[in-house]
Write a protein that binds this ligand. Structure first.
Ligand code: WTA
Length: 708
C-alpha cells in the first residue's frame, strides 16, 4: 500500500546527517523561495538573538508589545507560585478590544471574517471589522443582560459559523470565561463540560451543514442540560442562534423559560455598545477541554495577557500574517487550533480570517481550492488528516484551480514525508513555504516549527524550537538525550512561555502531577529551571536541531488530530450492562493517522451478539460523539492479562495491527492470544482491512502501547 514512510525519493537523500533512531532516512531541505523571504515578517536570522536563554523572560515582551494594553505590566514573569506561572503581572488589557476595536482606527471596512457556508448555492459572507464590532457589542449586551460578569463561565456548543467568534469575543469583552465544545461532540459530552466548568448558560444553534445535511444541533442542547443536571449543574438559559434567522431549522421544540432565540434577544440591543472590561493579564480568557489518561477531560485554562501575546507573536512570525493577507485555517474553532489560529491570533493582527462551515471534500475534493481561488486565500492551514484525504480523493484537483499560496501550515499529527511532498508540490505548487507546527491544547501556541522566512523545511520534522522556547529530550531518568544521538525520549520544555496554560480548571494537583512532577526534584522551588514541562510526546532531535515528534507516550490516541483518551472510551463501554472489561487500542490508518478499536469481554451469562456491539457503539456516540466511534468492536472470550490481572494492551494492539505480539509467556492466559488473533484477523481480512507494512516508529508505538 501507499504511504510507506521509508519510501523516500532520491532528491531527499542528500543530507549528510546520521540516521535517527526510528531509521527514517533523513529528508532533504526545502529552502523558502526568495519571493517569500522578501516579504516575510521574520527574514533576518538575528531575530533568534533576541530570544536566547540569557534574555528570557524579557524577550517575550516583544510579543506583548504587539497588543494594546490599558495598563502596562510591572513584572514580566512571576514564578513565586511555581509551576503556576504568571505572565505580565500588573498589566491590564481586553482581548475583544485587541481583536476588534483597535482595528477600527486603521481599517474599519476591511473583512475581519469571511464565512463560507457549506452549500455552494449560498453566498459567502464578509464581515468587516466595523460590523464585527457591532455584532460583538450587541451580543455582549445580551450576555450582560443575563447577569453574566467577569469570572463567570459560559459554554458554547457551536459549529463553524460566524456567531461563534462573535460569541467568544463578546464573552471576552466582559471577562466571561468561555468554554467552546467541538460541535461534533455529543450533547452529553457538552453536558459533562458544562458541569465541570460550572456554566449556567449554554449557547448553541438550531442546525448547521455537514456533508450536505442540515443537522439538528439543538437536540444536543437538551441532552447537554440533562447530563449537566445529573452532575448537579443547573443550566438556566440556552441561547439558540438560528442558522437562518427568523426561521427554525431544528425539529426539537424550544423549552419554555429556558430556551431563547438569540435573534429575538438581539433585537432589544440594537446598536448597543458595551465598554470592554479592563482585565488582569493573568485573568482567564477561556477553558479548552482535552483528553488525558483518566476518564475525566481536563479543562485547560488559558490566560488573557500571556495567551493573547503568544498567539499574536507566533501568528506574526510563524504564520507570517500581514494585515493584507487572506488567511484560511481549515481547522474547527472547537479545538485549540481554531481558538489560537482562526480567532485570537489572526484577529489580534487585524487580518482577514476565513471560516468554512463544512467538510473539506463536500461536494467534491476541489472545494478547498475553489474557496481559495474565489477568496484569494494566500495562507492556508490544515491537518495531515485533511491533506491525506484530499490527496487520496483528488490528487489532481489543486492544479485545476488558479490560486496561489505563499504559506501553508500543517498541525496536529506527524506528517509522513510522502504526504508532505504532495502538499508542497501539488497544493503549494512548489511556491509556498510549509511550516509543520508542533504544539498542544495546553501550550496555547506553537512550540516547534521552522521560521518560514529563515529556516528550510524538512519533511517529517517540525523543525527547531520556536522563538524563546527551550526544549530538550530527556530519558526516563531525566538524562538529556543529545541531538544527533539517534535516540528518542520525552520532549520537555525547560522554561515557561506566555502561552502555556495556567492550570487544569478545578484540578490544580492534576496540573502539577501530569505536566511538571515527572522531572521536578524540588517541589518547593520557585526557580523555573526546576520545573521542566512534560509534554507527553516522544521525540528525537537530529544533529541540525530539528525535532521529529513521534507521538504520544501516554494512553492517548490521536485520531485525525483529535486526542481521545483510552480510559475515557473504556469507561463509557463499561456503562453497558453486559460489558465486564473493555480495552481501546490504536490502529494505524492511512487517512486518519490512527483509529480506535475496542476489545470487549462480557459478564458471565451474556452472549456475544451484534446488539451488544451496537450498544457499546451507541454508548460512545452518546457520551462522547461520533468522532470517537471505534472502527471495530471485538467481543472476545477473555482479555490477555498479566498474572496480576492487568490487561495487556500491547498484545491486543499488535493483534489489531497484524504485528508481532512479542513475548506472551508471562501472561496468566497465553492461550487466549492465538484465539483472539484468529478471530480478529480473519474478520478483518474478510472485511478487506488488509494491513500494510508499518514503519519502525509505528511498530515501536504499537509494541509499547499501554506499557506505562
Ligand atoms: C500531536 C493540537 C506531530 C502531539 C495543536 C501533541 C503533533 C498532540 C504535531 C496535541 C505535529 C500536534 N507533529 N505531532 N506538528 N502537532 N501533534 O492538544 O502528539 O489537539 O501532543 O493540539 O498532537 O494535540 P492537541
Amino acid at each position: 500500500m501507499a504511504d510507506d514512510l521509508n519510501d523516500v525519493t532520491d532528491e531527499s537523500s542528500e543530507s549528510s546527517e546520521a540516521l535517527i533512531a526510528v531509521h527514517w532516512r533523513d529528508e532533504g531541505y526545502y529552502p523558502p523561495p526568495a519571493a517569500f523571504v522578501a516579504q516575510a515578517n521574520a527574514s533576518d536570522p538575528a531575530i533568534r538573538e533576541q530570544f536566547t536563554e540569557d534574555k528570557f523572560p524579557d524577550s517575550f515582551t516583544a510579543y506583548a508589545d504587539l497588543l494594546t494594553w490599558s495598563k502596562p505590566w510591572d513584572t514580566v514573569l512571576d514564578t513565586s507560585n511555581a509551576p503556576f506561572w504568571k505572565w505580565f503581572v500588573g498589566g491590564e488589557l481586553n482581548a475583544s478590544y485587541n481583536c476588534v476595536d483597535r482595528h477600527l482606527e486603521t481599517h474599519p471596512n476591511k473583512a475581519a471574517l469571511i464565512w463560507v457556508p457549506e452549500p455552494e448555492s449560498e453566498a459567502h459572507q464578509a464581515i468587516t471589522y466595523r460590523e464585527l464590532y457591532v455584532r460583538v457589542n450587541e451580543f455582549a449586551a445580551v450576555l450582560k443582560d443575563l447577569g453574566l460578569k467577569a469570572g463567570d463561565r459560559i459554554t458554547f456548543h457551536m459549529p463553524m459559523v460566524p456567531e461563534l467568534p462573535v460569541a467568544m469575543l463578546a464573552a471576552a469583552r466582559l471577562g466571561i470565561v468561555h468554554s467552546q465544545v467541538f460541535a461534533g461532540f455529543s450533547g452529553t459530552a457538552a453536558g459533562h463540560r458544562i458541569a465541570d466548568s460550572g456554566s449556567t448558560v449554554l449557547v448553541t444553534i438550531d442546525g448547521y451543514y455537514r456533508s450536505g445535511d442540515l443537522l439538528d444541533h439543538k437536540v444536543k442542547a437538551d441532552e447537554a442540560v440533562e447530563a449537566a443536571a445529573k452532575e448537579g449543574q443547573q443550566v438556566d438559559k440556552v441561547l439558540v442562534f438560528r442558522r437562518y434567522p427568523g426561521q427554525y431549522s431544528a425539529k426539537t421544540p424550544m423549552v419554555e423559560g429556558r430556551d431563547v432565540f438569540v435573534d429575538d434577544l438581539l433585537a432589544a440591543h440594537k446598536g448597543e455598545i458595551v465598554e470592554p472590561v479592563a482585565l488582569q493579564a493573568t485573568d482567564p480568557l477561556f477553558l479548552m477541554y482535552t483528553s488525558g489518561t483518566t476518564g475525566r477531560p481536563k479543562g485547560c485554562q488559558h490566560s488573557t495577557g500571556g495567551y493573547l501575546s503568544y498567539v499574536a507573536g507566533t501568528s506574526k512570525y510563524y504564520q507570517d500574517i500581514h494585515p493584507d493577507d487572506t488567511y484560511w485555517c481549515m481547522a474547527d474553532i472547537g479545538w485549540i487550533t481554531g481558538h489560537s489560529y482562526i480567532v485570537y491570533g489572526p484577529l489580534a493582527l487585524g487580518t482577514t480570517s476565513v471560516l468554512y462551515e463544512g467538510t473539506p471534500n463536500y461536494p467534491d475534493a476541489g472545494r478547498p481550492w475553489r474557496i481559495a481561488k474565489q477568496l484569494g486565500v494566500n495562507i492556508f492551514h490544515t491537518s495531515p488528516t485533511a491533506i491525506r484525504m484530499l490527496r487520496k480523493v483528488g490528487p489532481d484537483e489543486p492544479a485545476k484551480y488558479d490560486y496561489r499560496f505563499k504559506h501553508m501550515t500543517t498541525v496536529g499529527e506527524p506528517i509522513e514525508p510522502e504526504v508532505w511532498r504532495w502538499y508542497y508540490e501539488s497544493v503549494g505548487k512548489g511556491e509556498a513555504v510549509i511550516v509543520d507546527t508542533w504544539w498542544q491544547t495546553e501550550t496555547g501556541g506553537f512550540l516547534g516549527s521552522t521560521l518560514p522566512g529563515i529556516d528550510p523545511a524538512k519533511p517529517g520534522s517540525c523543525g527547531p524550537a520556536a522563538l524563546g522556547i527551550l526544549p530538550t529530550i530527556l530519558d526516563e531518568d531525566g538524562n538529556e538525550v543529545p541531538a544527533g544521538s539517534g535516540k528518542a525520549g520525552n520532549i520537555v520544555i525547560r522554561n515557561p512561555w506566555p502561552g502555556v496554560f495556567q492550570t487544569i480548571w478545578g484540578q490544580p494537583e492534576r496540573f502539577v502531577s501530569t505536566y511538571y512532577a515527572k522531572y521536578n526534584k524540588d517541589q518547593k522551588s520557585t526557580d523555573w529551571h526546576d520545573w521542566p514541562y512534560f509534554a507527553g510526546d516522544g521525540a528525537t532531535q537530529a544533529a541540525d536541531g530539528y525535532f521529529r515528534i513521534l507521538g504520544r507516550v501516554d494512553d492517548v490516541i490521536n485520531v485525525a488530530g483529535h486526542r481521545l483518551g483510552t480510559k475515557e472510551l473504556e469507561s463509557v463501554a463499561l456503562t453497558v450492562n453486559e460489558v465486564a472489561e473493555a480495552a481501546a487500542v490504536p490502529v494505524i490508518d492511512d487517512i486518519r493517522g490512527r483509529v480506535v478499536e475496542m476489545y470487549i469481554a462480557l459478564k458471565p451469562g451474556f452472549a456475544a451478539t451484534p446488539e451488544v456491539e451496537n450498544k457499546v457503539k451507541m454508548a460512545i456516540e452518546t457520551d462522547i460523539g461520533k468522532i470517537a466511534r471505534p472502527k471495530n468492536i471485538w467481543i472476545v472470550p477473555d482479555m490477555p492479562k498479566t498474572r496480576s490481572g492487568k490487561i495487556m494492551r500491547r498484545v491486543i494492539a499488535a493483534t489489531s495491527n497484524f504485528t508481532d505480539t512479542g513475548d506472551i509467556t508471562t501472561l496468566a492466559n497465553p492461550e487466549i492470544v492465538e484465539k483472539i488473533r484468529h478471530q480478529v484477523q480473519s474478520a478483518k481480512l474478510a472485511k478487506g482491512e488488509v494491513p500494510r507494512e508499518l514503519s519502525e516508529s509505528e511498530l515501536n508505538e504499537i509494541k509499547s502501547f499501554g506499557s506505562e
